[in-house]
Every structure is written in structure tokens, then in C-alpha cells.
Design a protein around this ligand. Sequence first.
Ligand code: GDP
Length: 311
Amino acid sequence: MEKNAKIYIAGIYGMVGAAIARHLRAQGFNNLIGHSSKELDLTSQKAVFDFFKTEKPDYVFLAAAKVGGIYANNSYPADFIYSNICIQTNIIHSAYIFRAKKLLFLGSSCIYPKLAEQPMKESCLLTGELEPTNEPYALAKIAGIKMCQAYNRQYHTSFISCMPTNLYGPNDNYDLMNAHVLPALVRKVHEAKSNKQDSFVVWGTGSPRREFLYVDDLAEACVFLMNEYLHDETINVGSGQEVTIKELAETIRDVVGFKGNLVFDSSKPDGTPRKLLDVSRLKSMGWVPKHTLKKGIELAYEDFLSGKVRM
Ligand code: GDP
């Protein structure tokens, strides 16, 4: 990407889009565009078409999506499949019509089969049943990957996709019913400490394993891929390391400085048992993340304490 190229970041006010914008600005890119969902409704075909017609961006980071944790995905499956298919279809098609030089579509590690061999290689896509709690979201994301590939094949576009693992960091969502596990536990442990409780609740059994990546590391990887990667096959972005939910809760408890116990609520779903990405392709290109889980949680907790987060 040239430093003065016009770069559209769809989802610029979300956790991922904001991190990509921060990273690009720090690198000297000064022609970034992006809107809030109130300014530009990405589910509207006409609004997106008109926006691309006016702006004609050179590069597109497609980081806009309706996202949520296990409870939200399980409770609002229609909203997840509808919003995500609309947003990505409108943007990918407009990027083709108005000749964007390159587009990066962001997916999610939940696109891979529930019982995929671990760590999950890019090639295990569509080789088995999906995890039911987030199947509608995962199917939307799979459609996005396939749409990028179809446009490349038929129209010779340069549309690539990457699959990030579970993300966290500045601008995360701390609303307990919509949040992912890491921000939810940061909030719960903080409140348990502030309210002088003797425990906090962890959903499920604590035994599922998850991999986490600090969002600024993902942003750096996205810009790296936009510059360096041009293949149809999607590419995984993760830390390559997993922890159990119990270990995660204990690490958060240490960072927050809470001395109480964990109480497991097994009436809540565990979801998929493991979700570790095989990141060897990205690693072989020379990219590795900078933040350890502990460091990342410390930074996320600082952001939470700033009081400017979504609750
Ligand atoms: P997933 O990775 O798509 O399953 O989504 P989540 O990040 O929401 O959940 C990951 C795991 O953390 C699941 O096993 C949840 O049951 C568990 N978990 C434990 N406590 C919480 C919590 O307070 N909120 C959420 N969202 N998940 C929790």
C-alpha cells in the first residue's frame, strides 16, 4: 500500500477496525476513511453502493461485523446470519464494482469444524459439522471467504481473507450478555474485588481451551497481509498458544489482584472443546505476535479502568 492510498476501514469504531486504524496511522498512512453504523448502514445495499461510488477506496479492510460471545450467538442466531451476510456481501460486491485494488476480509476461527484436528489448519475448512452455538455466524463468515474466492476466479479481483482467533483489547465489549469470555471475566473479577465478594462466576466447566490474541497484534498482522499476501486460501492469525478457561480466569484474577475463588456455573454452555489455530503459514512468512497473554490482559484491564468501555 502506498502511504497516500485511500484506505477504507469498515468497522473503524469497532475493536478490530480501531486497532487497524491506529496501526496504519502510526505507520504514516494518512488517507483513512470509515464511518459509524449510524452514519453508514452497511446492511443497506444502496447506502454501501453510493458510498463506494463517491469514495472509490483503493484498499478495503472488511472488519465490520455483528459479533458476540457464546450467549449472544446462541440467543440471536437470525441477527448474526442476517447482518453479517448483508454487510460483507454489500462491501465485497461494491469493492469489485468500484475496482478496489485489494480487500482483506476478516473471519473467525469458529468457521472450522467443531471437532477439527487441533491445531486447526486452514485446509480443514468445510470438512465437518460446525459448533451449533455459533453456526449461523460461522456460515456467514464461510460465505464471505467463498465470495472473495469466487470474485477472484471470475473477475480477477485481489480479495484475501484471514481468520483471527479470539481477540481482546482496547474498545472491547464488556456487556456481560454479549461479551466474549475474556472481557466478561475482566469485568466480573473487577466487580468481585470492588464489592468485596469472596468469589466470581465462570460459565461452563472451565475445561474448554481457547487461544487469545491481543487486537493490536491482529492489526499489525492485517496490514502485513494486505502488503504481503495474495492467495485464495484463507490464512490463520493467532498466538498459537491455548489455555483452559479455568487458567484464563486465574490469570485474570492475578492481574486484577483478587484473592477470591472461582465458581463454575455448568448450566451455561461450554461451546466447542478446543479452538487452537495452526499458525505455521503466517509464522513462515515471518510474522509473530508481540504481546503475551498476561501483558495483553494487563493492557486490557487498564483500558477497562479508563471507564470509556462499552458495558
Ligand atoms: P466461544 O469461544 O465462541 O465459545 O465464545 P466465548 O468467548 O463467549 O466463550 C468461551 C468459553 O468461555 C465458553 O466455554 C464459555 O462458557 C466460557 N465462559 C466462562 N465464563 C464466561 C463468561 O462470563 N462469558 C462468556 N461469554 N463466556 C464464558
